[in-house]
Design a protein around this ligand. Structure first.
Ligand SMILES: Cc1ncc(COP(=O)(O)O)c(C=O)c1O
Length: 482
């Protein structure tokens, strides 16, 4: 698809859609934001939407839906068993992925629960390019462990390498040879590694992983939740794929995956999920668990309306003009923040703009949670809600010691087709100002710390009066501005 060029401007993203339904936003004054973030235990997950201006927490279940998706929802066929809507979605999965069997589930982690229960046994290992919080938790819950074998460049925060989500093939071979193939439950490939900045994996790397796994008779499971962004990056960054259509790339990826699962809160821009495969044995093994945990095979915990929307959303994902919007906005935001000197993950990935808290607030030690502190500070000065993706998102080890994250990131998600460029510019302005005043930001400490997935419910407080000082500086620089 030819790029749109401008006569006067440089490279700015252009939306290939128009806004037809709007939702009013509130920007409450900084004094209220200060109260709100403390009521939320300095955890952006616990903020109430009424106190949030731009919700950049996640791209999950909050992408804008198209008119065609909304229209399809009206046609949904509601029945416990044998719904036409399910058949429509199953047909779309067959058409796009070429997978015969589709098993519905209510969201991505439900698929992870079921796949882990079916295949992870105590003492087994699941190698993966990089973990995602829920995918790791389910493997561990079933007595397994994970091994991260992303290429070294993947953990290099500032880089120009186009596929930082690639798996290190040598590390994979070594792992298999060291432990034996029978110890490997399956290899999990995450398209668009969430926790290291939405960095893509190349088609060639997926092919190489598959070859190694086939040589050892190991199953390859693709987490396709962030596939849309990854498809776009393969199209524009992978020379060998330049002339392939998005549909052809999707099929080529599917051909090197034994099982594909996805969160349709991300892929398909609706709410749900599912697992697909061509292998009847796998299908039969998983099927029982779907009915046990999710619902009957023709809905899997999803509403039929959402299933209709997913079928249309998957079709729309095959349109380059649709899937380019997120990555282009992210690239714009990353570039503009870099111009202000703000440390960000490069190259720009999918999902959102990732600010490097380790550098932004280099004076905050990791045991005072730099990324969590930065998330609280950004909310305070802007009303923008991001998500901590650092040590708070990790779990303590079995001895209760902190597991320091490889990266301390503040993720500012750009849900697809939701924000306008002026809203993105507002966020850039406030984060730029905060960077100039970064020395005012201090650390956080836990006051309530759940054992499992503590980042969802954990409550923290500031280690000093740094938030009051930041509010005072904001008032002195911005006057009575919101
Ligand atoms: C890569 C990846 N896998 C799995 C999940 C879990 O999906 P869900 O939130 O629908 O349970 C997510 C959600 O953020 C994700 O990003």
């Amino acid at each position: 698809m030819p790029e749109i060029k401008y006569h006067y401007e440089g490279k700015i993203p252009l939306e290939m859609h128009k806004v037809r339904i709007v939702q009013k936003l509130n920007l409450v004054p900084i004094e209220r934001r200060m109260e709100a973030i403390n009521e939320a235990g300095n955890n952006t997950f616990l903020l109430k939407n009424r106190d949030v201006f731009l919700d950049m927490l996640t791209d999950s279940g909050v992408n804008a839906m198209s008119d065609k998706q909304m229209a399809a929802m009206m046609e949904a066929d509601d029945s416990y068993a044998g719904s036409e809507t399910f058949t429509k979605l199953e047909d779309k999965i067959r058409e796009i992925f070429g997978k015969e069997y589709f098993l519905p589930a209510h969201q991505g982690r439900a698929c992870e629960n079921i796949i882990s229960q079916a295949y992870v046994k105590p003492g087994t290992i699941v190698p993966m390019n990089y973990h995602f919080t829920t995918s790791k938790a389910h493997v561990v819950l079933n007595g397994g462990s994970i091994e991260e074998i992303v290429i070294d460049e993947g953990l290099n925060v500032e880089s120009s390498f186009p596929f930082k989500g690639n798996m290190d093939i040598q590390k994979l071979e070594t792992l298999i040879n060291t432990h034996g193939a029978e110890k490997i439950a399956y290899v999990r490939v995450e398209a668009g590694t969430n926790l290291i900045g939405g960095q893509p994996i190349s088609l060639q790397n997926m092919k190489d992983v598959y070859q190694v796994c086939k040589n050892h008779n190991i199953m390859v499971v693709l987490d396709a939740s962030l596939l849309a962004d990854n498809l776009y990056f393969i199209k524009i960054r992978e020379e060998a794929c330049k002339n392939m259509s998005i549909r052809e790339i999707t099929r080529a990826i599917s051909d090197v995956s034994d099982v594909i699962y996805f969160s349709a809160r991300k892929l398909g821009c609706a709410r749900g999920g599912g697992i697909c495969t061509n292998n009847k044995e796998i299908y039969l093994k998983i099927r029982e668990l779907i009915t046990l945990y999710e619902g009957f095979l023709t809905y899997g915990g999803m509403s039929v309306r959402e299933m209709e929307a997913i079928a249309v959303g998957l079709e729309e994902t095959m349109d380059e003009n649709m899937i380019n919007q997120g990555p282009q906005f992210i690239e714009y935001m990353v570039g503009a923040l870099q111009e202000k000197g703000v440390p960000v993950v490069t190259p720009a990935g999918g999902l959102g703009c990732h600010v490097n808290a380790m550098k932004f607030v280099s004076h905050i030690p990791q045991n005072e949670y730099p990324a969590g502190a930065l998330a609280a500070a950004v909310y305070l000065v802007s009303g923008v809600r991001g998500m901590e993706r650092g040590t708070i998102s990790e779990q303590r080890d079995e001895n209760g010691n902190e597991t320091f994250a490889n990266m301390e990131l503040l993720r500012l998600a750009l849900p697809r087709r939701v924000f306008t460029l002026s809203q993105v510019n507002y966020a850039i302005d406030r984060i730029g100002w905060l960077y100039e005043n970064r020395n005012l930001i201090g650390g956080l400490k836990f006051v309530e710390e759940p054992k499992l997935l503590r980042f969802f419910f954990g409550r923290l407080e500031a280690v000093s009066d740094w938030q009051e000082k930041l509010v005072a500086k904001f008032r002195s620089d911005f006057g009575d501005s919101l």
